[in-house]
Design a protein around this ligand. Structure first.
Ligand code: MYA
Length: 649
């Protein structure tokens, strides 16, 4: 019998069981009641306040997306963006990139002195001029507007070089083009682009991205800066201040986010909403504080920026009035691959330092590289660098191919890269020992420079929540659709067939049949199976969590962090599986090495995922989370640690 013929009666019987009390198996009954409770509860939570609105919402079909990460939260594999590992550069683009790589690397080797920039707390003037001459300030600006016209993938390859030499210079360049004027590239009108991009591309004008404020960091939407329309309707008058702005003391052009009163056409009510503006320093009323004294990336300028009755012509609204939050988020989403690429270069630098030392230094009559402890460190550094590189170029390729929903992948790449780079730098210092701790070695600066990467462009804590909640919201919408479909099973055979079949198999302890082997090289079959099992397990865990916590899942940060870590590891597994498979299939010289990295990484990651997913629901871990929260609140209440000193006084 065809499978659909079996499943549909099951669903009908299930519905009948609720309505007419027909006996069905306990397994199936539990299956259906869980469908019902999930979806019903999600809808019912809102019904009390706005019944009709919610009904309307439930009727809206949830979005289908090609994003691998979004689909992961439904326990599904959407292979389009991840298998095979994308190759997006045309021959012409490759040639152009190859022509740029050597001069860029040579420039950094011969002209730039990272330690000197760090000591001076600025990028040396001749370096800035040299970078301008190289076109480094307008890498992604279209050629007709004076830029180099690079794709995201080409840009990634060049910032990787910057990241391997000097993160202070990287932030100066990145704050300018990865986020500073990215809004103009993404949302600017043709007039705004023509007016601003040429001088930004040449480096004549520097740009800065102004989102963070003294009282608004992670909670970006709570910004206090305000822009009110002038009585003649020609200008917005901007007031307020922005904090820790990279290039804040150097920029002429600022992308500024400020609250503006916006009238809701339906209700007639006026509310404050963020709007994005292109602000020129020359408009007047713009000033900045002194350069901040920082732990690292000292060569980059960071300053407070003040706006006092700054008149912004209405033509300088970026996107729509009230649409600033969307602009802000999209700029950040679009910039994060650059950070992953730059940090992949930094990791290469750290690995190089570590292996040079480990191959030369002899202790106990053996080279350091012959000791297992050092071998493990080097191998792990190499693995996380490989993962980061694979993620960065997967993401940049997806963006070049026109992907629009990559916010989870972008957040994952930023989190993974910043933590992997921190690990690499720390291990490199450990391998070099006392020498690594000395300033002249270079690693000391890198460690200081890297610390900020887990904090800015979205803290890793906020991005972990973004990953988990964006994915779970997507999965939740589909669960709601299932509830609707169950109310009219005959008209929704397709929806019910897939979902009920998967769930029923799971309830029976069977695999849902999810497989990745068709996408990977045969040498990586075990890794593919481990990844498929992790995806299946992940999807079921997400569904269980949504069923249990419903919309209150947003308050369960201990659990969301484990969900997010699992999503990060699964995406990492898929990136390396895909890339190593391509290398094997193409017969690359490095294929065997990549395959080994892939196998170890997938094996360890699959164990970590299994553990993390258990930690989302096991009684012991839930108890621990409560106790951890208790410990924290006790200490907060006491305004310090509580225990008596071991000496008793
Ligand atoms: S720049 C400052 C960095 N600051 C941040 O990153 C702020 C972090 N905060 C946030 O991102 C948001 O406030 C969060 C949302 C995420 C907390 N993509 O109700 P909501 C949608 C698309 O969740 P909130 C710096 O550090 C969401 O779906 N959409 O909002 C300089 C919802 O839509 P809808 C998104 O609770 C560093 C709506 O928005 C996203 O208020 C310098 C509301 O969502 C998203 N991401 O908070 C670095 N998020 O209403 C230099 C939310 O339709 C660069 N939404 O359901 C270096 C580069 C490397 C070097 C390069 C070398 C050349």
């Amino acid at each position: 019998m065809h499978k659909s013929a079996q499943i549909l009666p099951l669903c009908q019987r299930a519905l009948a069981s609720k309505t007419f009390g027909i006996n069905i198996s306990p397994r199936l009954s539990s299956l259906i009641s869980r469908y019902r409770s999930t979806a019903t509860a999600t809808v019912e939570d809102n019904v009390t306040t706005a019944q009709t609105e919610v009904k309307k919402k439930a009727e809206i079909k949830p979005k289908e997306t090609k994003s691998f990460a979004m689909n992961l939260f439904r326990g599904r594999v959407m292979s389009d963006e991840v298998f095979p590992y994308p190759e997006v550069l045309t021959n012409e683009q490759k040639e152009m990139l190859q022509a740029l790589i050597d001069p860029t690397a040579k420039f950094f080797e011969e002209q730039n002195d990272a330690l000197k920039n760090d000591a001076l707390e600025k990028v040396e003037d001749h370096v800035m001029e040299g970078l301008k001459a190289l076109g480094a300030f307008g890498l992604q600006v279209p050629e007709e507007l004076g830029g180099v016209g690079l794709s995201n993938t080409q840009y990634a390859r060049l910032v990787e070089i910057v990241g391997s030499h000097d993160l202070g210079v990287g932030i100066t360049l990145g704050a300018h083009q990865s986020i500073g004027f990215k809004g103009i590239l993404l949302f600017g009108t043709p007039e705004q682009k023509a007016q601003y991009l040429p001088k930004l591309a040449s480096g004549e004008n520097m740009a800065a991205y102004c989102l963070t404020e003294p009282a608004s960091g992670s909670d970006a939407a709570s910004a206090k800066c305000r822009a009110e329309l002038s009585p003649d309707g020609k200008h917005f008058i901007l007031n307020g201040s922005k904090l820790w702005i990279s290039n804040g003391g150097l920029a002429e052009i600022f992308t500024v986010f400020a609250q503006t009163p916006v009238k809701d056409e339906k209700t007639g009510e006026t509310k404050d909403k963020l709007s994005a503006f292109i602000v020129e320093r020359s408009f007047g009323g713009v000033s900045n504080g002194p350069p901040e004294k920082k732990m690292g990336i000292k060569a980059s300028n960071t300053a407070e920026v003040y706006f006092e009755d700054c008149p912004i012509p209405v033509e300088n609204v970026l996107g729509e009035v009230g649409g600033g939050f969307k602009v802000a988020m999209n700029v950040l989403n679009n910039g994060r691959f650059g950070m992953a690429a730059a940090l992949s270069g930094t990791m290469n630098y750290c690995i190089q330092k570590a292996i040079e030392h480990a191959s030369q230094r002899t202790q106990f009559k053996k080279k350091l590289s012959d000791f297992g402890s050092i071998q493990e460190k080097i191998a792990r550094m190499v693995m996380v660098q490989y993962v980061t590189e694979s993620m960065a170029y997967m993401l940049s390729a997806n963006m070049d191919q026109g992907a629009t929903e990559f916010q989870i992948e972008a957040a994952i790449s930023k989190v993974y890269a910043s933590e992997a780079a921190w690990f690499c730098a720390d291990e490199a210092v450990q391998i070099l020992g006392g020498m690594g701790y000395m300033r002249d070695c270079g690693l000391e600066r890198v460690v200081r420079d890297l610390r900020i990467f887990r904090i800015f462009e979205g803290t890793n804590e906020i991005l972990r929540l973004l990953v988990a909640l964006t994915g779970m919201n997507h999965a939740g919408e589909h669960l709601r659709q299932l509830q609707k479909a169950l109310e009219n099973p005959l008209a929704n055979v397709g929806t019910l067939f897939g979902a009920a079949g998967t769930r029923a198999k799971r309830m029976a302890g069977m695999s849902t049949g999810l497989s990745l082997t068709q996408y990977v090289h045969k040498d990586l079959t075990t890794s593919a199976d481990q990844t498929a099992k992790a995806i299946e397990n992940f999807g079921f865990t997400v569904e269980d969590l949504l069923t249990k916590y419903k919309k209150n899942i947003i308050n369960e940060q201990f659990i969301l962090n484990r969900v997010s870590d699992s999503a990060i590891d699964i995406y990492a597994m898929v990136c390396v599986l895909s890339r190593a498979s391509r290398s094997l299939s193409n017969g690359l010289e490095s294929a065997k090495h990549e395959s080994t990295i892939c196998q170890v990484f997938c094996d360890e990651a699959s164990q970590k995922i299994e553990k993390n997913l258990k930690l989302t629901h096991s009684a012991g871990s839930l108890k621990n989370y409560k106790q951890l929260a208790q410990i924290s609140s006790d200490v907060m209440e006491n305004n310090g640690t509580i225990q008596e000193h071991p000496l008793g006084f």
